[in-house]
Write a protein that binds this ligand. Structure first.
Ligand code: ATP
Ligand code: LTN
Length: 336
């Protein structure tokens, strides 16, 4: 039997090159070897305020970009989190399994709440819902970028705690983190990850950006002092980030890129980098546009939600029964 993987992407903006290189490209590679479940986690996106029209459109674009990148409905299951009721149901159980102390230690919460006058309770309990997402599919592995490692570790702790109290209900998953590309940094600040919720769009390349926008953003990307194209993540983090992006988009090694620009300046490097980015994402954009135009992504998401419900309702029932919660109306019997 194939091993299972589960991963989620928030529809909190239009996907960035960081999401693509750090997550989605790998999702596509994994769909052959694993039984894969991929989820547009819209409940996670509402941990910060979202305008209804924007959220609706971002859910559609996120799904269409994922399919555009090569996820194949014949091979994997793609669905939207809020279409499948078991997520919030097990989410609550996980909130009650997690302690206040461990949720307080999550660095993503600290970063996202810093300096804010008011944050939602959901932003704090977010990792408990994420743990539920994963555990509902008996996932063996969770492909994520580096920033999500702590959340997957928490998920493991919660699964183990639950299992030791109530018997072996959950499979304990492993994080699967790529070696490079796991952390693409902002084009404006190499110490911050490239993020679709960055208020400054110059920091990220969005999969929705036009060729001209990409060229402009790459031109404006910060570089380190000096003139030579050298890979030095400690001393020249901004340049190292650009070289990493180049390497992923062009399918070349870091050494090949550095060698190719020996004796050449930043301007030439940036011109070719922009071209490599455009070439890498144009086919994804074209497939995305076709899926949005003909609306065919909708049926894919409906089929995906049915399949996800089938699997997750069984696991939810197992968890509820083990804890002594009522299962008079069997979650499995709920038809979607
Ligand atoms: P936001 O920036 O809105 O907080 P995000 O893009 O970090 O969101 P998700 O959309 O949920 O969050 O991320 C989806 C996946 O993309 C995750 O596996 C995450 O680790 C990965 N990812 C996000 N940003 C990057 C990045 N800059 N480099 C590599 N991987 C990334
Ligand atoms: N927290 C993740 C998104 C996410 C996820 C998941 C990732 C929600 N549920 C389950 C992997 C598995 C993020 O912010 N990138």
């Amino acid at each position: 039997m194939k091993k299972r993987v589960f991963s989620g992407i928030q529809p909190s903006g239009i996907l960035t090159l960081g999401n693509y290189l750090g997550a989605i490209k790998r999702f596509v590679e994994m769909q052959d070897e694993y039984e894969a479940f991929y989820c547009v986690v819209d409940y996670h996106a509402i941990t910060v305020p979202q305008a209804p029209e924007t959220l609706r459109s971002q859910i559609a674009h996120t799904a269409a970009f994922m399919l555009g990148a090569g996820l194949d409905p014949e091979k994997m299951t793609l669905f939207v989190q809020s279409d499948v009721p078991a997520h919030t149901q097990l989410g609550w159980i996980m909130e009650c399994t997690a302690s206040f102390g461990e949720l307080s230690r999550m660095t993503q919460f600290k970063e996202k709440s810093e300096g804010k006058e008011s944050v939602s309770g959901g932003l704090f309990t977010y990792p408990a819902l994420m743990a539920a997402d994963i555990l509902l599919y008996d996932a063996d592995g969770v492909p994520v970028g580096d920033d999500q490692k702590q959340h997957v570790e928490l998920c493991r702790d919660l699964a183990e705690r639950f299992n030791s109290r109530f018997g072996k209900v959950f499979k304990v998953p492993e994080p699967i983190i790529g070696e490079t590309g796991a952390r693409i940094m902002s084009l404006q600040d190499p110490h911050k990850k490239m993020s679709k919720s960055d208020p400054n769009p110059a920091g990220y390349i969005s999969l929705g950006d036009s060729k001209d926008e990409i060229v402009k953003k790459v031109k404006r990307a910060v570089t380190d002092s000096g003139r030579e194209v050298a890979y030095d993540p400690e001393g020249k983090p901004a340049l190292a980030n650009l070289i990493t992006i180049f390497s992923h988009c062009a399918g070349k090694t870091i050494d090949e890129i550095v060698a190719a620009y020996d004796g050449k300046g930043y301007a030439e490097f940036k011109r070719d980098l922009a071209e490599a980015v455009v070439e890498a994402i144009t086919p994804v954009q074209e497939k995305h546009d076709a899926l949005i135009a003909d609306g065919s992504f909708v049926q894919i998401l409906i089929d995906g939600a049915r399949r996800a419900h089938e699997v997750s309702s069984r696991v939810l029932k197992r968890a509820k029964e083990a804890m002594g919660l009522s299962v008079l109306l069997d979650p499995e019997a709920v038809r979607l």
